[in-house]
Design a protein around this ligand. Structure first.
Ligand code: 8IG
Length: 269
């Protein structure tokens, strides 16, 4: 019964991949990049954009629910590496279900991508991470209460966020630190008590994406790199309320560094 659900999700993604191939006239892509909040301005620096479309041109993609979350995809040529970049994503809090959240990852898989770079903007628990600091995701804690897999589908999540790719990133930028990303359902930010819980659990980054997408990517055999941009201190860390302007400003300010880092990482893959 539940295997039917996985088959339906994969069939929908295969249809999206076929349409993507027709639209971009690129037979197969190599690397997928999902650009979350704060990361979209970095897209310009990844390589030469050969085509760009709204994701709604592909079957199975819903229009973005949040203004400013651009729902577009680009085919980019990074010195011969074909990059499929999604500018914006579907979040669990949009209530379209887990298959909508992971549709881009499945589509990337059926488009030929062997690697997916999952990026996000998030809150940070380490006071050393000022807004605009990029952090490598070492591991995650899924606090959404949701699973993106259907049926008795047992998937190993040891080394979910590839140690090989993290080492490669630190070769490119030795100042990069690592964190444990906790995915909350959202859309509210955490209470200070919830941040205390995250700290007690060993979490150092908090956000509303990435973990469910990483699980599906792994279930499809892809290698995963997770990159967080700390755009704000987690709730209760500074005594200041969380400020959406600060979040957007941190993304703009960090765009060049993020784009430079991502561009180098993609060429090294
Ligand atoms: I940007 O502090 C961004 N996204 N859950 N908490 C959660 N998501 C976020 C945060 C944050 N900052």
């Amino acid at each position: 019964m539940r295997d039917e659900t996985t088959r339906a999700a994969n069939e929908s993604a295969q249809q999206a991949a076929a349409r993507l191939q027709t639209l971009t006239t690129v037979d197969r892509h190599d690397v997928a990049v999902i650009l979350g909040s704060g990361w979209v301005p970095a897209a310009e620096l990844l390589g030469e954009t050969t085509s760009e479309f709204p994701v709604t041109d592909l079957p199975g993609f819903a229009p973005p629910a949040v203004e400013g979350h651009a729902g577009r995809f680009r085919s980019i040529d990074a010195d011969g590496t074909r990059v499929l970049a999604f500018l914006g994503r579907t979040h669990l809090y949009e209530e379209r279900g887990v298959d909508a959240v992971t549709h881009a990852v499945r589509t990337a898989h059926f488009s030929g991508c062997h690697t997916v770079v999952l990026t996000n903007g998030c809150g940070g628990l380490d006071p050393a991470w000022s807004p605009g600091t990029p952090v490598l995701i070492r591991d995650h804690i899924n606090l959404t209460g949701a699973s993106p897999l259907h049926g008795a589908h047992f998937v190993d999540l040891t080394d979910l966020y590839s140690a090989r790719l993290r080492t490669m990133c630190r070769t490119i930028d030795p100042s990069l630190s690592e964190g444990v990303y906790c995915q909350f359902r959202g859309p509210m930010y955490e209470t200070p008590a919830e941040i205390g819980m995250v700290a007690a659990m060993g979490g150092t980054l908090v956000g509303m994406s990435t973990a469910l997408e990483a699980i599906v990517a792994r279930s499809l055999g892809m290698e995963i790199l997770g990159l967080s941009l700390v755009t704000n201190a987690a709730a209760g860390m500074t005594g200041e309320p969380l400020n959406h302007e600060e979040v957007l400003a941190a993304g703009q300010a960090a765009a060049t560094r993020m784009g430079d880092l991502l561009g180098k990482v993609i060429r090294a893959l």
